[in-house]
Write a protein that binds this ligand. Structure first.
Ligand code: F6R
Length: 248
């Protein structure tokens, strides 16, 4: 893991958005596709803001872009205000020229007995698209990446998981109370994430500093799934000063 510390999250987000935009443009020249793995939550919103800005002001096109989102709550209706489908539309997809058929977000509205096959098909779609070129990640206070909570294995793939208590507490205000937070989610696995050619994890603020230090400098273990990123040869942690403050 390489760490890159910026003065603030805005500058850091601009840097990440530019790396993504550069790859899109470079592939466009040779008529090739780009496959992006995307995250939701508060961390990547400024990156999406910049990508929308590049589209509107500089004509950056997303016609050659395929996306796979990391996760979705389960159960979750796509049109719910809490869904990650809604989140992605509001922050990115409704404002750019990406093709609808190139957008993939785990479906939280399935019957439970259909989820297993669906998850396998999701993995197949990633493989058929050629694999993820850039995977964007946030990190949870539990050390989760996607919704791979403590106990997730190195080889885990897309599946239905139970959310950790800490994760549900962190989501409680969004859902107007802990009791309304879904108990489960569909998430890409640690193994799915590690198959990406490039990984960019972002973290902002003091509240993430402890888990960032563990992820970068701590022993690799299932109780802190983000430590598995130490196995990846092309993984950058993009941090603001506060998130980097516990690193030695
Ligand atoms: C979201 C996701 C999660 C978040 C993490 C941090 O798709 O996969 O791992 O990245 O929970 O959330 P924020 O950015 O809200 O602090």
């Amino acid at each position: 893991i390489r760490t890159k510390i910026h003065d603030n999250s805005d500058e850091a987000s601009f840097y990440v958005a530019n790396e993504i935009a550069d790859l899109i443009r470079q592939r466009q020249k040779s008529g090739k596709k780009v496959v992006l793995g995307l995250a939701t939550g508060s961390t990547p919103t400024k990156v999406y803001e910049y990508l929308v800005k590049f589209h509107k002001e500089e004509g950056l096109s997303f016609k050659n872009v395929i996306t796979f989102n990391l996760d979705e709550y389960f159960p979750m209706q796509p049109d719910s205000i809490h869904s990650y489908v809604r989140f992605m539309r509001e922050h990115l997809f409704d404002h750019i020229d990406i093709r609808k058929e190139n957008i993939h977000i785990p479906d939280g509205s399935l019957e439970k007995e259909d989820v297993r096959d669906y998850c396998q098909a999701y993995e197949q779609k990633i493989l058929k698209s050629g694999g993820i070129d850039i995977q964007v990640l946030g990190i949870g206070r539990t050390g989760h990446i996607g919704f791979n909570e403590p106990g997730s294995t190195l080889v885990s793939k897309t599946r239905l998981v139970r959310l950790d208590r800490v994760t549900k507490l962190d989501a409680a205000s969004d859902f107007f109370g802990l009791e309304n937070v879904p108990k489960r989610a569909i998430t890409m696995g640690v193994g799915t994430i590690l198959s990406a050619k490039r990984i960019i994890l972002m973290a902002w603020g003091e509240g993430k500093s402890e888990v960032i230090a563990k992820a970068v400098e701590g022993p690799i273990k299932e109780s802190v799934p983000a430590t598995f990123l130490q196995h990846h040869s092309n993984c950058d942690f993009i941090l603001d000063e506060a998130a980097a403050s516990a690193l030695t």
